[in-house]
Design a protein around this ligand. Structure first.
Ligand code: PHE
Length: 368
C-alpha cells in the first residue's frame, strides 16, 4: 500500500529540500532491505498509484509558477535516484529476507543413489561367470577396420557372408585399400584377432562391448546393441570343452535346471559352428508363447576357431616381426558370442528392447 503524500507546508527552498530529503531517505531505506525488485518499481514508478505520480499530482500540479523550476529539479533528482537504485537491484541478486539459519522442520532434499543400468548389470553378470573360470576381459575399438571386423575373420571382400551383418561404414574411405577402410564393428569378434596378434596362446578372454548394425529398430532389434564374446585357445581344446563351458555358463546365468543343446550352424570364422539353445526358462521346456511352443530358446553362436583365422593371425604376426604362434596342428580353440540385450530381456521378462535405451526412470528403477 502506498502511504499518502503529505501536503507541502510551503514552496520555499528549505521546505522543498526537507520534503524531498524524506522521500530520498525512504527510497534508500527500501533498496537496502527490499528484495522484490518488481514491487519496488511498482511502488515508486507505477503509472497510476506510484509514489512519483502521487508526488507529481500533489506537489507539482498545484505549484505556483515560480516554484515549478526548483520543484521540477528536485523531482527529477529523486526520479533518477529511484532509477539507479532499480538498476542496481536488478544487477545484484536478491538477498535472503531472513537471517541465515536452519529450519529443521523442512524436509531434506533426497539424493537418490544411481544404479547399474540393467544392460551393464547383465553384461557384468555374464563376464563374472567367465572370470570365475579364469578368463580375463579384453576390449577393442567400436570404430574398426574391415580387416579386423571381416577379412581376418574369414569374410573375404564381397563374400555373401557379409550380408548377414548389414554394416554401417565410415564415409570417405574409398581411397584406402579395402582392408583398411573403417566401419562400426558389427560384432565383438574382431577383438579375437587383436588379442591373438598381440599374445601367444594360451588365451582365455571375454569381450564385452557395443556393436552396430544397419538394422531397422523393432521390438527385438536395435542398430546399437551389446555382445559378450569369448575366446579360448590352447593345446588340446575340443568341442567337448566348448559344450561343457557353455553348459556351465548357461546354468550359472539362468539356473541349474536349464538344459542346453547345440545345433549345427555357420559362421565364417568357426568350423564346426553351432547355435546354442537353452530349455525355455518360462515353461521349463513344455512349450509356451515365449518359446514359440518349441520348449527351447536360441541364445548364442559358437564354434571351433577356423584354421583360416589362425593363418590370418600368424600372417599378421609375421608382418609385425613376431614369431608365429597359432599353428593349427598344435593349437585349437573355441569362440562364442552372445547378445546382452537378448539375455537381459529373457532374464527380466522385458518385451521391448527400446525400453533399455529410453532413459525412463519408471522402467530403470525396477532394477534398483
Ligand atoms: N560374432 C558372431 C555374431 O555376431 C557370433 C559368434 C561369435 C559366433 C563367436 C561364433 C563365435 O553373429
Amino acid at each position: 500500500m502506498n502511504e499518502d503524500i503529505p501536503q507541502l507546508p510551503s514552496y520555499d527552498e528549505s521546505s522543498l529540500d526537507a520534503a524531498f530529503a524524506t522521500l530520498a531517505e525512504e527510497v534508500r531505506g527500501e533498496t537496502t532491505s527490499r528484495v522484490d525488485v518488481e514491487a519496488f518499481r511498482l511502488r515508486w514508478l507505477g503509472r497510476k498509484q506510484g509514489r512519483l505520480k502521487l508526488v507529481s499530482d500533489a506537489w507539482l500540479k498545484n505549484a505556483p509558477a515560480e516554484a515549478r523550476k526548483p520543484l521540477g529539479m528536485r523531482f527529477n533528482q529523486l526520479k533518477q535516484q529511484i532509477e539507479v537504485a532499480l538498476e542496481q537491484a536488478i544487477a545484484t541478486p536478491a538477498k535472503p529476507t531472513t537471517k541465515a539459519g536452519i529450519d529443521i522442520t523442512l524436509p531434506g532434499s533426497v539424493c537418490v543413489p544411481g544404479i547399474e543400468h540393467p544392460l551393464l548389470k547383465t553384461m557384468n553378470e555374464v563376464v563374472a561367470v567367465f572370470h570365475d573360470l579364469g578368463y580375463s576381459t579384453a576390449l577393442g575399438p567400436q570404430v574398426e577396420s574391415d580387416f579386423y571386423n571381416f577379412e581376418a575373420l574369414n569374410f573375404p571382400p564381397n563374400h555373401p557372408a557379409r550380408d548377414t551383418q548389414d554394416t554401417l561404414v565410415v564415409a570417405g574411405q574409398q581411397a584406402k585399400p579395402s582392408r583398411d577402410r573403417l566401419l562400426m564393428r558389427t560384432h565383438t569378434s574382431p577383438v579375437q584377432i587383436r588379442t591373438m596378434i598381440a599374445e601367444a596362446p594360451p588365451i582365455r578372454i571375454v569381450v564385452p562391448g557395443k556393436v552396430h548394425r544397419n538394422d531397422a529398430a523393432d521390438a527385438t532389434h536395435s542398430p546399437v546393441f551389446h555382445q559378450v564374446e569369448g575366446l579360448c585357445v590352447d593345446t588340446n581344446i575340443t568341442f567337448s570343452d566348448l559344450k561343457g563351458t557353455l553348459d556351465h555358463a548357461m546354468k550359472a546365468l539362468f539356473g541349474s535346471d536349464v538344459k542346453t543343446r547345440f545345433f549345427p550352424s555357420f559362421f565364417p570364422f568357426t568350423e564346426p559352428s553351432a547355435d546354442v539353445q537353452i530349455s525355455c526358462i518360462f515353461c521349463g521346456g513344455k512349450g509356451c508363447r515365449k518359446c514359440k511352443h518349441s520348449g527351447w530358446i536360441e541364445l548364442l553362436g559358437c564354434g571351433m576357431v577356423d584354421p583360416a583365422v589362425f593363418a590370418a593371425v600368424d600372417e599378421q604376426r609375421v608382418a609385425m616381426g613376431k614369431p608365429t604362434a597359432y599353428d593349427p596342428a598344435k593349437v585349437t580353440g573355441f569362440a562364442f558370442g552372445m547378445g546382452v540385450e537378448r539375455i537381459a530381456m529373457i532374464l527380466h521378462g522385458v518385451s521391448e528392447i527400446g525400453q533399455f535405451y529410453s532413459g525412463d526412470m519408471r522402467f530403470l528403477e525396477q532394477f534398483a
